[in-house]
Design a protein around this ligand. Sequence first.
Ligand code: ASP
Length: 356
Amino acid sequence: MTTPVKTVSDKASILIIYTGGTIGMVEDPKTGSLEPFNFEHLVDHVPELKDVEHLYSSIQFDPPLDSSQVGPDSWTKMAKAVADNYDKYDGFVILHGTDTMAYTASALSFMLENLSKPVVITGSQLPIGRFRTDGKENLITAIEIAAAKENNIAVVPEVCICFQEYLLRGNRCKKANADYFEAFQTFNYPPLAHIGVEIEINEDAVYKPETIKPLIPHLNMDPNVLVLKLLPGITPNILKSILATPGLKGVVMETFGVGNAPSFDWFIDILKEATSKGIVIVNVTQCMIGSVAMDIYDTGDAMLDAGIISGYDITTESAATKMMYLFGEGFAPEKVKEYMKCSLIGEMTIHNTVEN
Ligand code: ASP
C-alpha cells in the first residue's frame, strides 16, 4: 500500500545537522579541488529554505568533514546531537557526504534505540553551488519527509537515506553508483518511498514501533572490527596475519556467492584458531543481491564447524557497524554472535530472536 506525503506542515520543527560532504563543498579557485564549506554558504544557494526558515534550526560540524573522515567518533557526535535534541524536534535531517553515508546510516540505526522520529540522511553528487546540483532537491525532499506526520505520528520513524527518486532504509543501503545521481540502492529490501511528483510512502516497508518509548542513545562504538574480502588465491600468510591483528574483535568476511570460501584444511584451521580466541567472524556475500546460505555446500559446513556465523542478507556496512555497536556495548563474543544472527532493527530479512 502506498500513501502520498503532504507538503511540509507549518507546525513541524526540524533539526538539520550539517556534517559536510560534497553538498556543501566549493571549488578552490587555484587548484579546482573541492573543499568543505559552512552551512550558511549552503543555505545561500537554496532560496527555498527561506520560506521554511521558521521550521528548522541547524547545527554544524566544525570543520565540516569529507565523509571519508567520518567514523565512530563522528557517529557518536551525530547520535548525541539527535538524542540531546530529541524532544525539541519532530524530525532530523543529516547532511553528509555520500561516500560513507551507508555506514553512517547503518551505525545510527543501531545507536538510536527506540527511535520513533525520522532521521533522514542526504547529500549530493554535485555541490549545491553548481547549476546542475542534485543537492537542492535532495535537501528539500529530506526536510519534507522529516516533517511528515499522520495523526501526529511520524510517517517514517527510522534512520533512512533520501536520495533522488528513493527513500531507503539506512541499514540496507549501499552506495552503488559513483557517477550518477541515483547513488544509493537497497538490493535486499524495497524502497520506503518513491519520490516523484508525489512522495509515495510504501507503508508495508516502513518500520512502525509498536509503542513509543524513550529514545536510548548508545554512544560507544568499538572500532576493532575489520572487513576481509576473500580473493581467489588468498594465502595462509595473508589470512593469518590479518586475523592476528592486535585487539581484533570482529571480522566481516565477504565470501563468494551464497557464502562459499575455500575448503582447504589450512583455511579452516586458521579461521578456527581465530574464533577459538573469541574473534567473531560473520559470513556475508560479495554479491549485491541475495543471502548467505551456509548449509548448501560442504565449504559452508566446514565454516560452521569453525565457528563462523551467517550474516544472511545483511550488507557489509551494516554487519561491520552492528559489530562495532555490540562490542561497544561490552557484550561477550558469544552474545555478539547471537545478536549477529538476529535482526535488531530491520537490517536482515530473518526473524531469529535472542534469549536474554
Ligand atoms: N567525498 C565526498 C564525501 O563523501 C563525496 C560526496 O559527498 O558525494 O564527503
